[in-house]
Design a protein. Sequence first.
Length: 165
Amino acid sequence: MPLTLQPQPLSAAAFAPYGTVIEAPTGGPSRPINGGTSQRFDLVGDLALTAQGGRPLLALFRAQARRFPHAVTELERHALGSQSFVPLGRRRFVIVVAASGDAPQPQALAAFVSNGEQGVVLAPGTWHHALLAVDAGDFVVVERAADCVDCDVCDLPAAVSVVLG
């Protein structure tokens, strides 16, 4: 019987071992800009994109909605840089992750579902599944680009079924 994983709501505290949650602040430090017509909130100070000659890359992923339950059979990681996923508009997505280090076992996986207005920054080395859009649409992706591709892939020894509640 395959292992079943039900994503928990995405929160900064629960996601902290894997990276940072990006969401509109409800307060906190900001400063007025543009003649006082806007407030600026600095969300993530270091995206870890320049290791070994890397440079920041801003991309747009146009994602199809996935069907759930979804069988997770492989994960990937980017050891030299962070990777960010930010939905444009209200686009929920599931992020399946495991701690950095050796290739994870199925029972080491965690899953989170965004509320459609949250994004994530995956810490360098965090194992993760490819984008699992619940709602089809566009996502901004910020990642490290370089001449050498920084993407390790591992096959899981057994599939994990991700179900939405």
